[in-house]
Design a protein around this ligand. Sequence first.
Ligand code: NAP
Ligand code: F7E
Length: 334
Amino acid sequence: MPSSQPTALVTGITGQDGLYLAELLLAKGYAVHGVVRGQNNPRRGLVERLVPDVHLHTGDLTDMSSLLRALRAARPDEVYNLGAVSYVAYSWDNAALTTDVTAKGVLTMLEAVRLHCADHRGDDLGAVRFYQASSSEMFGASPESPQHERTLLWPRSPYGVSKVFGHHMTINYRESYGMHASSGILFNHESPRRGEEFVTRKVSRAVAAISLGLADELALGNLEAQRDWGFAGDYVEAMWLMLQQEEPDDYVIATGETHSIRDLVDVAFRHVGIDDWSGHVRHDPALIRPAEVDRLVGDASKAREVLGWKPRVGFEELVSMMVDADVAALRTGW
Ligand code: NAP
Ligand code: F7E
């Protein structure tokens, strides 16, 4: 890290992880810059309210010149590429868009960083450290369990396939150009800031509403899929730690525990005092995916040993935190 104030540029700053990462970096004394897409992004105001010290730049992962402009304005020491079309179910209906942003967008960002270093950093390709937001969805149907950094990648959705492309392109830029490019293979991580399209937040919001008498029913798809769920606030710390290492590398970030959607629903309802929730949950076949990832559980031994990282928030605490936050928000009419 440089002796003067370190500077970071974050794509996906309006997302769940972007907000937690911005808070973490600001607390560490960084100057933080973020890329926001769109001419009137509804989430821009949220970033301005929660992290007012972040400098925002207009840009899109499909638009190389906008990324080059953001790099030139920020002159970052570290780039965190969190931007993506990230909702797996949506990726089947929007496969080409998902590929443009989540796959090709990674190449566009890597290439922008490479060109920026050539033009403005004395051709020093190590001058900017790069983090790529890879995903456990890349493991998909892999028969190995738990999954680690060398597990076979067998993605099951256009999103997963796109993440595999971005992951390998990041490794390729590291190997081809000596870039300090690291890839974090993060398993599902959640928080009260999680988008309502994802199952944890959909459940926490509905359970909160049912407990307050504002709703009666929660429609869900596959209750038997299993995920390794952690807390987003813990996971952004792992991103930062990866870029503080002398050598770039790839790391699995996970809790090592897996739970079904049924467990999630059970913990959430029990937290508000409803033990028998069967009358509140309706199965909706329209929510079943064309191809499912049945079971994910990660082995984060390498992150523990090399980065000294481990998760702090457990599954029940995470679910309770999310339900409590939604109860509080609904009570204040949010
Ligand atoms: P998220 O809340 O869905 O945020 C995604 C971000 O990407 C948003 O800021 C979004 O901006 C931005 N984005 C979308 N299209 C873009 C484009 N064309 N150009 C620039 N930015 C664009 O996702 P998250 O949960 O914070 O996840 C952050 C990253 O980690 C993503 O790459 C995701 O795929 C990956 N990941 C997430 C998890 C997880 O469990 N959360 C696990 C593994 C990997 P708008 O606000 O404008 O839509
Ligand atoms: O689904 C099942 C669904 O959409 C989890 C993204 O952040 O993590 C996330 O991807 C499971 C699936 O997350 C509903 O079939 C049942 O098995 O919350 P999700 P995801 O697909 O695991 C990975 C690591 C990422 O990288 C992604 O960006 O829940 N499920 N019923 C449902 N899922 C949703 N969304 N809605 C339902 O009603």
